[in-house]
Design a protein around this ligand. Structure first.
Ligand SMILES: Nc1ncnc2c1ncn2[C@@H]1O[C@H](COP(=O)(O)OP(=O)(O)OP(=O)(O)O)[C@@H](O)[C@H]1O
Ligand SMILES: [Mg+2]
Length: 506
């Protein structure tokens, strides 16, 4: 097909969930040779629209035309047979299997009849063609999130996708990986594919797309050429009002030491040393920010201070008491809250509703009584209101909530118990500007109330805004701990890349 020719056209797509209008007569066109960004706030209806295009949901009304023919998509399999493939926010790979096995799995031919060498060769050639690095023989559990995403993309290409849809692909990537991904998406478009990616980051829309469609409250409010717009115009279209950004305020003085790490070491899942002689402390009312490129021990650090991973050396002291290698339950009892990287894996249970997800953690209240169902319903309702969580019903499985609202749910549950120590890993991943501000504000409120906070982030601006001190991690070590001043920005960047202070002359 020729560049700019219409590949797929969605006409007046409407979809509601128990009275909640997620898509309201949306028109959307994706063209060959084009990277199309779908922009909108949390809950705007982006995932729902793309789910209609991938056969996950049947729209209540509307029409989908592919290359000028009306099509009916009853399932994702239908969609892939029409050359439409989606890479979801939550990956669907089988962890114990290799990359090749995962890609072969569920492809139209029966996997055990497949010639695995041939599949592998094809994977290698697809990866090369679009500039992606993957090891076809690695087991999926060994891969970083970025690598798993590449496997999902190759899986779709292997199945012949010409329309590739990615739901918030950059949310899980490092800045470098984001550049690589956009490079790959550009090459796919050049090869004639239509690429659609969902996001709420303006910077990335501007850098990675040719065309932008903005959804607001389930409606298409604009489709524009990237070259003919700017971030301000987009922000205005997206939120439909001026954004007043009052700077966040940090109040209060640090108190007693809540968390103390003394020469702590730990191994990662691959059996390699992931943390090396980590010594630091966080006081009540203090935020220790951890800067670093993902994969340098941050996940393991969060896991050891929440009891989810054993240490191989050193001591973890919480409020003066030795907690080294105690169980996650004991950490919870000590007042440790955890907002993990992987919301639907370790954070929340997707098939349970909001009430049960809250019960799960607060099965005992502070006084040691069991919460009854009525009480936890009330609590769930209050959290939904306090945190302005958008959902159709607190009785629906939480997997039906939009990504941003899921994160708010998790924070509501974790902050409710007045934690002494909060461990939070990439807390604003996948959140729009409004929700991002709300979460940062909530963290500062917790700090003001005397919580000690370990904030793991990839966003240096976020660390500058929130942290009282910034520790830079590289290959499992804390390279240095610095105050969050913009003068230190360059040093922090260099430390993140592994240069020692002596070498950079500071
Ligand atoms: N299966 C479902 N059942 C009930 N409500 C749903 C379902 N899927 C989505 N919704 C609701 O429809 C609205 C649109 O959700 P959608 O997931 O499409 O938003 P989104 O733009 O992708 O948001 P995010 O950026 O947070 O991922 C939200 O109010 C959401 O709660
Ligand atoms: Mg979504």
């Amino acid at each position: 097909m020729k560049k700019h020719q219409v590949m797929v056209e969605m006409k007046k797509i409407t979809k509601s969930f128990s009275g909640n209008l997620a898509n309201d007569k949306v028109d959307f066109i994706a063209r060959c040779g084009e990277v199309h960004a779908l922009l909108g706030e949390n809950g705007a209806g982006k995932s729902t629209l793309m789910s209609a295009l991938t056969g996950l949901y049947r729209p209540d009304s509307g029409e989908i035309r592919l290359r000028d023919k009306t099509i009916e998509l009853k399932s994702p399999r239908d969609a892939i047979e029409h050359g439409i493939g989606m890479v979801h926010q939550h990956f669907k790979l089988v962890k114990p299997f290799t990359v090749t096995e995962n890609i072969a799995l569920g492809a139209s031919t029966t996997p055990f009849l497949l010639n695995m060498d041939k599949v592998e060769a094809e994977i290698v050639s697809l990866a090369e063609k679009y500039g992606m690095k993957v090891d076809p023989r690695a087991k999926v559990w060994q891969l970083s999130v970025g690598e798993q995403q590449r496997v999902e993309i190759i899986k779709m290409l292997y199945r012949g996708a010409e329309i590739l849809i990615l739901d918030e692909p950059t949310a899980v990537l490092t800045p470098q990986e984001v550049d690589d991904l956009f490079e790959t998406l550009g090459q796919m478009a050049n090869a004639g594919c239509a690429v659609i990616f969902i996001t709420h980051k303006f910077k990335e829309v501007m850098a990675g797309s040719d065309t932008i469609t903005v959804l607001r409250n389930g409606q298409n409010v604009a489709t524009v050429k990237t070259s003919e717009t700017d971030q301000n115009k987009l922000a205005h279209l997206m939120v439909g009002r001026e954004m007043t950004a009052k700077p966040l305020e940090k109040k209060g003085q640090p108190g007693e030491v809540v968390l103390k790490l003394d020469e702590v070491e730990a191994f990662n899942d691959k059996g390699m040393l992931a943390l090396q002689s980590i010594s630091t402390e966080i006081r009540a009312g203090e935020i220790l920010g951890i800067a670093g490129v993902a994969g340098n021990g941050q996940r393991e650090l969060a896991e050891i201070v929440t009891g989810l991973r054993e240490t191989s050396a050193g001591k973890i002291i919480i409020l003066g008491e030795d907690y080294t290698d105690r169980s996650p339950k004991e950490y919870i009892s000590a007042g440790v809250a955890h907002v993990p990287e992987d919301r639907l894996g370790t954070g929340l249970v997707p098939n349970l509703n909001a009430v049960d997800n809250i019960l799960l953690k607060n099965y005992r209240n502070h006084r040691g009584h069991f919460l009854d169902l009525k009480e936890s319903r009330k609590l769930a309702e209050k959290m939904v209101e306090d945190f302005q969580i958008k959902l159709s019903s607190i009785d629906d499985p939480i997997k039906l909530m939009s990504g941003g609202n899921l994160q708010k749910m998790l924070l509501a549950r974790e902050f409710h118990s007045e934690p002494k120590l909060i461990v939070t890993v990439y807390p604003v991943r996948g959140l729009d500007i409004g929700a991002t501000r709300a979460v940062r504000q909530l963290l500062l409120e917790q700090r003001e109330q005397g919580a000690a906070i370990l904030l793991i982030s990839e966003d240096l601006d976020e660390l500058m805004e929130l942290a009282d001190k910034i520790a830079v991690m590289y290959e499992g070590e804390i390279m240095d701990i610095l105050p969050p001043t913009y003068d230190n920005l360059e040093t922090i960047g260099l430390l993140m890349a592994g240069s020692k202070c002596e070498e950079v002359g500071v």
